[in-house]
Design a protein around this ligand. Structure first.
Ligand code: NAP
Length: 218
């Protein structure tokens, strides 16, 4: 029987330390040639300003086989009240090809993406990096704050996004959730942080590169 897991099933079991460790392990397996992972296929859905990416992988050593489909439809929030990025995962039995599970991939992708940034931050940011600047107060703004606070001791975070009210609400909610002082700021203040996250859907630059300090991790 195929198991069906939705986001509620995952929220309680996939925490950030687990995700960061899993992503680091996956990068290591990939780097040491233990993963069969064809280049992802993408389909542009021009009529609806979207793109869907199809990403299969097979881990022979672990007998794991599956595919994740992730779509990014930039106007989902305003048109349907849906997330910009939506994912689904199909896991197959590597011995027979039988479908084992269909798993919500939206939460997994939101956490996994930030976990990858946390792995990069763990190894590449300065040890004493303590201020985080985030462009974007959406899904990735949130998951990046949660993931990066696992790998560096943050004194505070400053956030900039388009709609000031949404940005303020985000800062208030995330301050309560993390215990870190999260406040809205101007683009230059965000860019001057020790670690900078760019998590917007903007198609044009959101800050001037000359504002970035030497030694910043982006
Ligand atoms: N969600 C995922 O799992 C995931 C995974 C991989 C990659 N990504 C990529 O990460 C990026 C962010 O995705 P998301 O899911 O976080 O999107 P989201 O929830 O829709 O949030 C997008 C954020 O970008 C802000 N923004 C848009 N244009 C801006 C501008 N010109 N200046 C400043 N802020 C601006 C928005 O501001 P307002 O709040 O004012 O609208 C919003 O806060 C996208 O490029 C997406 O493709 C997302």
């Amino acid at each position: 029987m195929t198991l069906i897991l939705d986001a509620d099933d995952l929220v309680g079991v996939l925490d950030y330390p687990t995700a960061i460790e899993a992503v680091e392990g996956a990068f290591r397996d990939l780097g040491s040639g233990k993963v069969v992972m064809p280049v992802r296929l993408t389909i542009r859905v021009e009529a609806h300003e979207g793109v869907s990416a199809f990403m299969p992988a097979y881990l022979p050593g672990k007998d794991q086989l599956g595919i994740k489909v992730v779509s990014a439809f930039g106007r989902n929030r305003e048109k349907f009240g849906l997330p910009t990025v939506i994912g689904s995962i199909l896991l197959l039995d590597a011995k027979s090809g039988m479908p084992m599970a269909i798993v919500d991939g939206t939460y997994v992708t939101a956490v996994r993406t930030a976990a990858a940034s946390a792995v990069a931050t763990k190894y590449m940011a300065r040890e004493d990096a303590s201020t985080l600047g985030i462009f974007g107060s959406g899904v990735q703004g949130e998951t990046h704050l949660l993931a990066i606070s696992e790998v560096r001791r943050l004194d505070g975070a400053v956030v900039n996004s388009r709609d000031p009210k949404r940005c303020e609400d985000f800062c208030e909610r995330m301050s309560k959730k993390t215990g870190i002082k999260v406040r809205p700021g101007r683009p230059q203040q965000v860019a001057e942080s020790d670690i900078v996250v760019t998590a917007t859907t903007s198609k044009t630059p959101v800050f001037d590169g000359s504002w970035v300090k030497r030694g910043t991790h982006i």
